[in-house]
Design a protein around this ligand. Structure first.
Ligand code: T4K
Length: 360
């Protein structure tokens, strides 16, 4: 990693499946000439995911953001949705795009704090949108209870949480719906894509219609829908990824443990009782910006996810909200590279630099 032959390391470098296996599936698509619109590859992917996550319904979509927006619309929600600011802007944008108002609550650790949520519940509140940040479900049990008690919908942004568990069960049926992102930068990818999972059959049916212009069949439109369909090519990529997903997880697990050996307490730890995909290696440190600058100079594209917090981004920053824990996380948090091209040597060099800069 010197300046002459610099190896660039990314937080979001895609995990890739076997190329020949992918081409075999592409050939099948080519011969069948079925390219999109609820084709056999999408259906196979949905069936496999539903079985893996032990959830009744899986509806694949074009990306996670559209998945969130569709769920908000399909639930028929009106009013305000409580959401963390410590997330990717897509979480709040999906609410805004569906014509509702995101209301930010603070976090505890890296997840929605139920006590902060309670302070912003009032008569216009219709839902809580929780984020399983870094693949961890946080205080989801208390949020479920809070939602039940206040008759609110609970939607889970599970963009990071594919094949992660909560109470040793795979995340998928925790809220009214869970929405996964299968973007190229995620642990499991369909290049662009996502999925809505739910045990609510009626909700799944509505989401299915909404991803396809509201069609209930030829010539029959039952609701206002959009185009959020996953193509057969994307599903083929996903099916091929599923075949090697355990190898990707093992690799991530190894990388996470190498980082842990060097960085210990600075890291956000995965609960050893729960299963994780270990896609995100997250550290908190006071001199984050100095470390970031040094890492970028050596080709390590560490990222300040989710700086500066969505409440400080347009258009949400117009309303001043006080989220001290989120602000502190935004000042201290850094995501480090993981994935197939990050070697033990790379991790050692990255950690050496972090320690060196931290001591200055
Ligand atoms: N909710 C949450 C909590 C999320 O984190 C996200 C997305 C969503 C919802 C929305 O889901 P989708 O609608 O995307 O399905 C990246 C991803 O684009 C985004 O999907 C992800 N979260 C977020 C955490 O990270 P950017 O804007 O930082 O991506 P970008 O283009 O800077 O890529 C990250 C790094 O990965 C770069 O350093 C280069 C590398 N990379 C990226 C791509 C796309 C590659 O090496 N190859 C590639 O093909 O948001």
């Amino acid at each position: 990693m010197n300046s002459n032959s610099q190896k660039i390391l990314h937080v979001g470098e895609p995990n890739l499946p076997d190329f020949d296996d992918f081409c075999d599936r592409l050939r099948t698509i080519w011969i069948a000439k079925r390219l999109t619109n609820d084709g056999p590859m999408v259906r196979e992917l949905e069936t496999r995911i539903a079985q893996m996550l032990d959830v009744k319904n899986c509806v694949c979509v074009a990306n996670g953001t559209l998945g969130l927006e569709i769920v908000v619309r399909a639930l028929g929600l009106v009013g305000e949705v409580i959401v963390p600011s410590w997330t990717f802007p897509a979480t709040a944008h999906a609410i805004e795009l569906a014509g509702l108002t995101p209301v930010f609550a603070d976090v505890k650790g890296h997840h929605l704090d139920p006590e902060s949520v309670e302070t912003v519940i009032h008569d216009k509140t219709c839902a809580i949108m929780h984020v399983h940040t870094w693949g961890q479900a946080g205080a989801i049990d208390r949020l479920r209870e809070l939602a039940r008690r206040n008759r609110l919908a609970l939607i889970c942004d599970a963009a990071h949480a594919f094949l992660c568990t909560h109470n040793e069960n795979l995340i998928g049926p925790l809220g009214n719906a869970e929405v996964f992102s299968f973007h190229a930068t995620k642990f499991f990818s369909t290049v662009e894509g996502g999925a809505i999972t739910t045990n609510d059959d009626a909700l799944a049916e509505m989401c299915r219609m909404m991803r396809n212009f509201g069609f209930a069949g030829y010539d029959s439109v039952r609701c206002v829908g959009t185009n959020a369909k996953m193509s057969e090519v994307h599903a083929a990529f996903g099916l091929t990824m599923l075949d090697c997903i355990n190898d990707v997880r093992e690799r991530n697990f190894g990388t996470y443990h190498t980082y842990l050996e060097f960085l210990g307490d600075a890291m956000v730890r995965y609960d050893p009782v729960e299963q994780s995909n270990f896609q995100y290696v997250v550290v908190e440190m006071n001199n984050r910006d100095a470390v970031l600058g040094t890492l970028w100079n050596m080709g390590v594209r560490a990222r300040k996810y989710f700086f500066p917090g969505v409440h400080r981004m347009f258009p949400y920053s117009i309303k001043m909200v006080d989220l001290p824990v989120t602000d502190e996380l935004a000042r201290r948090t850094l995501c480090l590279p993981t994935g197939q091209s990050v070697t033990k040597d790379d991790v050692a060099k990255i950690c050496h630099v972090i320690k060196e800069v931290s001591c200055q």
